[in-house]
Design a protein around this ligand. Structure first.
Ligand code: UDP
Length: 320
């Protein structure tokens, strides 16, 4: 198929773009390079364009005529979204609306959307199923939830059928080292832990040790970015015949505490990890673990890589 990948120069998007090329698809990447990097996607056409440029986007869709779109382009930092909600709603919601209008006009009827566990907010029970209440606690999660609403409307009208993939904690890197995580600033636990253990950044801060969990630190469900990429390809296959606006969790069903991740990260780097225990980071739920039953049922997907493999691939990427 011919695929348009928005945000294909970013972290998850570049892994999906590589996986699509590996699977034999023809890929065009569109990215404004605000947080993406030109050297992360595979060597395919890279169009430098902002999704807020509605005219440019319509012209691109009319020219490329993709069979399906993988939509990653978004702002994705929770803290920044609290400080600048306007930017988040504009980029994530208006940008997605522009894309959906351009797809409708170009008669491109298949979309895979990069959603997030942040649409749930503080969960009532765990593991989280897709029918759990959606009460996002920050503008980032709200903006993604609003896009899911747009997808339902577009599907009801028969314009675009879609699958929203709600990622839990994406981590790890391409096994072949072709792409990996490169955020600036880096806020995520796994890269920060690896770089701290390697002495490549300042001491790590462990946010919160008084959560009601087995060791007092937050529990998260870390899912390998290459497993996420694989789910996107399965979602495209499903959409060949499938209709509707489905939402599917992508996680492993297994949670690790921050302390457990730090212990494993130190073992992978082979160096002790010193960290400072500090206050909770506002907005962090105690436990976020996915049920991935629906992903198995609809996509035949299950995670293939464990925490060790996540850490080892991420470390290989950061080391180089
Ligand atoms: N965390 C931490 N120190 C850091 C970064 C993260 O203690 O430098 C904790 C954070 O409070 C959360 C977990 O690690 O409990 C995962 O955070 P991350 O930012 O990686 O992902 P999130 O769950 O926020 O999407």
């Amino acid at each position: 198929m011919r695929l348009l990948v928005t945000g294909g120069a970013g972290y998850v998007g570049s892994h999906a773009a590589w996986a699509a090329v590996d699977a034999g698809h023809e890929v065009v990447v569109v990215d404004n390079l605000s947080t993406g990097h030109r050297d992360l996607p595979p060597p395919v056409e890279l169009v430098e364009l902002d999704l807020l440029d509605a005219e440019g986007l319509s012209a691109l869709l009319a020219r490329v005529r993709p069979d399906a779109v993988l939509h990653f382009a978004a702002r994705a930092q929770v803290g920044e979204s609290v400080a600048h909600p306007d930017r988040y709603f504009r980029t994530n919601v208006v940008g997605s609306l522009n894309l959906l209008e351009a797809m409708r006009d170009a008669e491109c009827g298949r979309l895979v959307f990069s959603s997030t566990a942040a649409v749930y907010g503080e969960p009532e029970s765990t593991p989280i199923r897709e029918d759990a209440a959606m009460r996002p606690t920050n503008p980032y999660g709200r903006s993604k939830r609003m896009v899911e609403e747009l997808l339902e409307a577009w599907s009801d009208r028969g314009w675009v059928h879609s699958i929203a993939l709600r990622y839990f904690n994406a981590a790890g890197a391409d096994a072949a080292g072709r792409t990996g995580e490169r955020h600036d600033p880096e806020t995520h636990l796994i890269p920060n832990a690896l770089l701290a253990a390697a002495g490549k950044r300042s001491r790590l801060k462990l946010f919160g040790t008084d959560y009601p969990t087995r060791d007092g630190t937050c529990v998260r469900d870390y899912v390998h970015v290459s497993d996420l990429a694989d789910a996107h390809l399965r979602a495209i296959d499903w959409l060949e015949d499938g209709t509707g606006a489905a939402a599917i969790n992508l996680g492993t069903g297994t949670g690790y505490t921050v302390r457990e991740v730090l212990t494993e990260a130190a073992a992978v780097v082979g160096a002790p990890l010193v960290f400072d225990e500090v206050a909770r980071r506002p907005g962090d739920p105690a436990v976020l673990v996915a049920s991935f039953e629906r992903a198995t049922e609809i996509l035949g997907w299950s995670p293939q890589r464990d925490l060790r493999e996540i850490l080892a691939s991420a470390w290989e990427w950061h080391r180089r």
